[in-house]
Design a protein around this ligand. Structure first.
Ligand SMILES: Nc1ncnc2c1ncn2[C@@H]1O[C@H](COP(=O)(O)OP(=O)(O)OP(=O)(O)O)[C@@H](O)[C@H]1O
Length: 742
């Protein structure tokens, strides 16, 4: 230690000769102050290295001092002298009043300098490197943070904190886990333990520095060190690949004054540094803790230019394998896709990994999406269905709504189970629910005898319910294919009607309010019979009510019977003495209403003509739809026949649908299985790739054939290429092939 350099004006090693002023910079292990060397009244920079924080041992520091002593070049910051002050090493240097290029960019040029300035800076830096290399040194920490600018536009390469004599490289190589430098700027070969490197590593860093000056940050600088490390090894060397980089010309013009232009309007360096510190602190405070920590780590590594990294490479690899290679890498670094090494090699090792990983992810994303999609679709469908039905029933009272709500919740419960279970369990539950909700108890004793058509209608209801269930499976809400349709009764029976109320719109389900539903014992087509009706019906003396044939009974159809005389309650029908004069008008009324309703039904049947019915009619499978009221006598029979055939058709369709849904389920299960198998394979490759990339750098250890056994997988051998991994090594690129046995 002590005086260095060949300056005639030697600087003393006495700390009291130096008056420390403002802090003008800080690194991994040092803080730099502007200072006055009192004897000469000269402004100098004092770099105070905290020996406790320093990774280097005393021997390294001594070596640094020796190195610095040898330096004498206008583009290299030399040290006047160095000495130990308590636990610090003070290095006295010329003060570079405009600080580092990094600081300048951070304060005023976040997107990088203009081309002419970059050209000038690089040219001067290259001179420094040329000099150092000629002297047998490797700088090993070339970056914007170590390129210092003076007010007169001078450019000097600084910081030999990590520089080492080229001739000591062999010693360094021996210490396997020791890396020196900052990952973003480190050449791939420097990252390879035991692979050795030379002055060309500085050229790599120089190239990275050029990009840093052009963009305001180094490539990959936003990633954590481990990731940078992997990307540096696996990716193609970065370049000016952005669209915005087109602004850079190929032949750099280098007007000297361009550098001065950079800082003419800026405040003094120390104020800038202070502002930067405040800005950093404010940014950190704004961010959430985890990312703030990351940012702090990354920034401090970036800004300080980690001087001495002691890599535990195994640990790094392990950690790196945990780093998710997600899409974020694609954003900035998409531009740095590997260079195609030869025409036979389609993509790079890194790209293969990326693809594998992406595939891997997408497999699972698709798979999950599919499952989730199905589930959510089902839930949505069920909910929608429930809601649709709910809205269909919206005119009914809240009690019924509750019934459908229950259905919804049961649907949700189903949807939360596995897909298969959902598919299977859903209809069952819904069958139970819909029957519970819509049918009510059907006791043979309480059900009136049915005509053929009535039976058909009951069957229709049952099929309709089944159809409803199928519809749920298909996730579409359809109206039941009933012949009923909206019933627009112009003249409704009075409120005193004995029958269940007939709604003026919607299907038969719509026509049931809660009360009628709760008492429902039978639904006949569009009409319902409730226990309440039955009570009334039972109360009507058989002698008082004319017994029609089963086909024609208005009561069986719950037809409205018009206004009963206010003075006569239905109970009075128990009384055999009801005068015929009183009863007859009502019976006539009832008869008329029934006729009207029959007409309406027939009109509706004619007007509806479902596609199937038409088609079937055309195919000759169904009897032609009666269109005229003249053949009313045969209409009901014909309609029943049509209904029957249609129902048969519907049930055929239902069976086909069931079969198809079974096939679909099986297909899905197969798909899931193959996804899992593929995922297993990809995982193996990914893990392998994470573990092995370092070996690829060494030609002697180049992996030419990789076989991965995947238990339980088919025996066919599929050749997978893992193309070249451009390592930025002057020796060229290496090709790594992998063979994957699937
Ligand atoms: N001679 C100087 N004149 C003005 N500023 C300087 C001088 N030397 C260093 N600095 C400023 O101090 C900062 C840190 O200095 P330096 O890089 O030497 O510290 P370090 O701890 O060795 O950093 P690194 O992490 O790169 O090893 C520089 O980026 C620069 O901004």
């Amino acid at each position: 230690m002590g005086r260095m350099g060949s300056n005639s004006r030697a600087h003393s090693a006495n700390p009291s000769d130096y008056k420390l002023l403002e802090e003008v910079g800080y690194g991994a292990s040092a803080t730099v102050y502007r200072a006055i060397y009192l004897p000469f009244n000269e402004v100098v920079a004092v770099k105070c290295l905290d020996l406790d924080r320093c990774n280097s041992n005393f021997e390294d520091i001594r070596r640094e001092a020796q190195t610095m002593k040898l330096i004498d070049h206008p583009n290299v910051v030399k040290a006047f002298c160095s000495f130990v002050v308590e636990r610090n090493l003070w290095v006295i240097m010329p003060f570079m009043a405009e600080g580092s290029c990094l600081h300048l960019m951070k304060i005023a040029y976040p997107d990088g300098f203009e081309e002419s300035a970059i050209g000038s800076i690089l040219k001067e830096t290259l001179k420094a490197l040329y000099y150092l290399h000629k002297q047998g040194h490797i700088h090993r920490d070339v970056k914007a943070g170590n390129i210092l600018l003076d007010t007169n536009g001078a450019v000097k390469l600084a910081d030999f904190g990590v520089s080492a004599c080229m001739f000591e490289a062999a010693d360094r190589q021996r210490s396997r886990n020791t890396f020196v430098g900052t990952p973003c700027w480190m050449a791939p070969e420097v990252l390879q333990p035991g692979s050795g490197y030379n002055s060309k590593a500085d050229i790599w860093s120089f190239g990275i520095t050029a990009l840093e000056l052009a963009h305001g940050h180094a490539p990959f600088s936003k990633y954590p060190p481990m990731k940078v490390l992997l990307m540096t090894i696996q990716n193609a060397p970065p370049g000016l690949d952005y669209d915005r980089d087109r602004k850079f010309s190929k032949n750099a013009k280098a007007p000297e004054h361009s550098i001065k232009k950079l800082f003419t309007d800026l405040p003094p360096l120390w104020n800038r540094v202070k502002a930067l510190q405040l800005k950093d602190a404010a940014q950190l405070a704004l961010k959430k803790m985890p990312s703030a920590e990351q940012e702090a780590m990354s920034q401090s590594e970036y800004q300080r230019g980690v001087s001495a990294w002691n890599f535990d490479i195994e640990d790094l690899k392990a950690q790196a394998s945990l780093v998710r290679d997600d899409d974020e890498m694609m954003d900035e670094d998409e531009k740095f896709k590997p260079v195609v090494g030869s025409d036979k090699i389609e993509t790079s090792w890194r790209s293969s990994l990326g693809k594998l990983n992406e595939n891997n992810e997408s497999y699972w994303t698709d798979y999950k999406g599919e499952i989730n999609g199905d589930e959510s679709q089902q839930v949505e469908c069920l909910n929608k269905k429930g809601k649709d039905i709910e809205s269909n029933l919206s005119e009914s009272a809240g009690q019924q709504k509750t019934g459908w709500k229950k259905n919804e919740s049961s649907s949700e419960a189903i949807a939360s189970t596995s897909e298969k279970d959902t598919v299977q369990a859903k209809p069952k539950t819904l069958i139970v629910k819909s029957r519970q909700t819509l049918s009510g108890p059907l006791t043979p004793g309480s059900v009136l005898s049915h005509s053929l058509s009535e039976k058909g209608r009951i069957f229709e209801r049952s099929v309709n319910e089944n159809q409803l269930i199928i519809d749920k499976g298909k996730c579409e809400v359809r109206r039941t294919p009933s012949f009923s349709g909206p019933l627009m009764l112009p003249n409704r029976a009075s409120a005193n009607s004995l029958s269940a109320p007939i709604k003026s719109s919607g299907g038969f389900r719509d026509s049931m309010d809660d009360k009628s539903k709760s008492n429902l014992v039978q639904i006949k087509g569009r009409f319902s019979v409730t226990s309440e009706n039955l009570d009334l019906v039972k109360d009507i003396p058989s002698s008082s009510v004319p017994h029609h044939s089963s086909q024609g009974s208005p009561l069986k159809k719950s037809a409205s019977v018009g206004d009963w005389p206010a003075t006569v309650s239905p109970k009075e029908f128990n009384n055999n003495n009801v005068p015929a004069s009183l009863l007859l008008p009502h019976l006539q009324n009832l008869f008329q209403q029934t006729s009207v309703q029959q007409d309406i039904i027939m009109n509706l049947l004619s007007s509806l003509q479902p596609a199937e019915a038409v088609e079937a009619t055309q195919n000759g499978k169904l009897p032609p739809l009666p269109r005229s009221s003249e053949n009313n006598g045969n209409v009901e029979t014909a309609v029943s026949e049509r209904e029957r055939l249609l129902l048969v058709k519907v049930s055929e369709l239902q069976t086909r649908m069931n079969n198809l849904s079974d096939e679909l389920t099986a297909e899905k299960a197969r798909h899931v299985q193959s996804c899992r198998r593929a995922e297993c394979v990809l995982q193996r490759i990914f893990l392998f790739a994470e573990r092995e990339p370092f070996m690829a750098a060494d030609r002697s250890k180049c992996i030419e054939r990789i076989e991965i056994d995947v238990p339980g997988s088919p025996s066919s051998t599929v050749r997978n290429k893992f193309p070249s991994s451009p390592l930025g090594n002057s020796d060229g690129q290496y090709t790594v092939y992998g063979f994957l046995r699937m």
